[in-house]
Design a protein. Structure first.
Length: 286
């Protein structure tokens, strides 16, 4: 996630690199919105607090790659105006159907545009943007990571490896290897390194909640079936299914195989304490 007047080039490029969600059907877009949910209130508190502490105004928030708008709907009440942009037409249609309201009672504005198209789509509106967010969920984490990590590793690093794009791998690794604006051959003076902040939570199953006994943002008990539903909404799984149409939706589906292996670890009716891993990259424009 980023906070600035315009998206840093590296972050915007990473958000725009995955073509899968551009081509989602209405049913897939709706299923994605249901499966993904939103982020925890604690994360929004961090974003809004740092935005205010660093002189940010509460005028306009822009969410790049907003998907069905789950995150922007949570942030919009803190701003006078909210704009969500996504390259996927069906995602934008779902976002419009779900709606959203800003702090002054206005409606959230949804636009079909990828990160690389923002300058043209927004035009003069760019100058008035106070907070830009680029969000992508990181992998689920669990305290009993040793018991289930082998299943997740096989699923991600073997079954889905040929169908994972660079952006997926950046997300999985908490953006550790993301090229930052000042590291390019032509560094951008608009985003100085001195104002950059990196925050991570729940990496490798660490319990980073306030008391150290739960995840930052809280946790939920999830059955293997629910975990499978969540993972099924990801881009690599969609690309795997497109590459294996005969196996998709059958017992040989990559998600079905993972589900059986996970049930073998925790039991068919078992539950796993799950939390999400988060990486917050906070950029400020000079």
């Amino acid at each position: 996630m980023t906070a600035a007047d315009n998206p840093p080039p590296a972050a915007a490029a990473a958000a725009a690199a995955d073509p899968t969600f551009r081509n989602y059907t209405p049913a897939r877009a709706a299923a994605y919105a249901r499966a993904r949910g939103s982020y925890p209130a604690a994360l929004y508190d961090v974003i809004l607090a740092r935005h205010a502490q660093t002189g940010g105004r509460q005028g306009t928030v822009l969410d790049v790659g907003c998907g069905p708008g789950n995150m922007l709907r949570e942030l919009a009440p803190a701003f006078e105006r909210a704009i969500g942009c996504d390259a996927g037409e069906e995602m934008v249609q779902v976002a419009e159907a779900l709606g959203g309201t800003t702090g002054n009672g206005g409606e959230v504005v949804w636009k079909r545009a990828g990160a690389e198209e923002l300058a043209e789509v927004l035009g003069g509106e760019r100058a008035g943007v106070d907070l830009v967010t680029v969000a992508m969920a990181v992998n689920p984490s669990t305290p009993n990571i040793a018991a289930v990590q082998r299943v997740f590793d096989t699923f991600e690093r073997v079954s889905l490896a040929p169908h994972s794009l660079p952006g997926n791998r950046l997300c999985r690794d908490f953006y550790r290897d993301l090229a930052l604006p000042w590291q390019s051959d032509n560094p951008s003076p608009e985003f100085p390194e001195a104002l950059f902040e990196r925050h991570t939570w729940n990496v490798d199953g660490a319990l980073d909640g306030p008391d150290g006994d739960d995840f930052f943002g809280g946790s939920v008990m999830m059955t293997p079936a629910k975990i499978a539903e969540l993972l099924a909404s990801t881009g690599p799984v969609q690309r795997w299914r497109e590459a294996h149409p005969r196996e998709a939706g059958t017992e040989m589906d990559a998600v079905s195989v993972m589900l059986r292996e996970l049930e073998g670890v925790v039991g068919v009716g078992g539950e796993v304490k799950m939390g999400m891993g988060y990486a917050l990259l906070f950029f400020k424009r000079r």
